[in-house]
Design a protein around this ligand. Structure first.
Ligand code: 13P
Length: 254
């Protein structure tokens, strides 16, 4: 663990859980783990359960994240939710540019840049997701793709904001497939992203930005992933839906 970067273990529930299920998960998780000081646990429920989750998360080290937002403050955008509304709900983080948003819902790098700026503008922290498709990896284009996504998402930020960004490297081929990147594969891309941050901003920013890994993270691979120097946390889908497995991930041993 790098003392400049407190690890984040984040649960992305995607389109799962009712309000009652979400609230009891949040209560049980805190009861089983207790307060956290050397790491953060973050829960990203669906919007419908956000109020219940953010009220239920009371202990130190726990906070709520949204899974998405719109970039405008208000207006005629049927079905969308703004960052002002999310702040109102008690969110600390907002996921931006998740691969399912990019690839199923057609989000562009420009939308993701605008969302990142909107999250900061309303006092929350973006968790900006990047990652290559399998065909892109096989074609040797991983660095190009990830660099473009990082460059574009952070465009226009000054260093003071940039160091507060959280990035999540989620290779699309590892999401929901059971095919985790090896610790070495993940570390290679994380180190590349950190070097990129140094060239976009400076060494200080590069050393402070937390870069999470996501893609088939499970209780039995979290320790090996977290042992890598540039992995500062995990963004977890399937294995975050049960208290027992997410608890083990929060309690990773490095
Ligand atoms: P899985 O952990 O289910 O592979 O999902 C990863 C993810 O998309 C987290 O945002």
């Amino acid at each position: 663990m790098n003392p400049l970067r407190k690890p984040i273990l984040a649960a992305n529930w995607k389109m799962h859980k009712t309000i009652a299920e979400a609230a009891s998960f949040a209560a049980d998780l805190q009861e089983q783990i207790g307060p956290l000081t050397d790491r953060e646990a973050v829960i990203a429920p669906p919007f419908t359960a956000m109020d219940a989750v953010s009220r239920a998360l009371k202990l130190e080290g726990y906070s709520a994240s949204a899974q998405n937002c719109h970039w405008e403050v208000k207006g005629a955008f049927t079905g969308e939710i703004s960052t002002v509304m999310l702040k109102d709900l008690g969110c600390r983080y907002v996921l931006v540019g998740h691969s399912e948003r990019r690839h199923i819902f057609g989000e562009t790098d420009e939308m993701i840049r605008a969302k990142t700026a909107a999250v900061f503008a309303h006092g929350m922290l973006p968790i900006v997701c990047v990652g290559e498709l399998l065909v892109e990896r096989d074609a040797g284009r991983t660095s190009d793709i990830v660099a473009k996504q990082v460059d574009k998402a952070l465009e226009g930020l000054d260093s003071a904001l940039a160091e507060k960004v959280v990035l999540a490297y989620e290779p699309v081929w590892a999401i929901g497939t059971g095919r985790t990147a090896t610790p070495a594969q993940a570390q290679e891309v994380h180190a590349f992203i950190r070097t990129r941050l140094e060239s976009l901003f400076n060494k200080e920013v590069a050393n402070r930005v937390r870069i999470l890994y996501g893609g088939s993270v499970k209780p039995d691979n979290v320790d090996a992933l977290m042992a890598e120097a540039d992995l500062d946390g995990m963004l977890v889908g399937g294995a975050s839906l049960e208290v027992a497995s997410f608890r083990r991930i929060v309690q990773f041993k490095s």
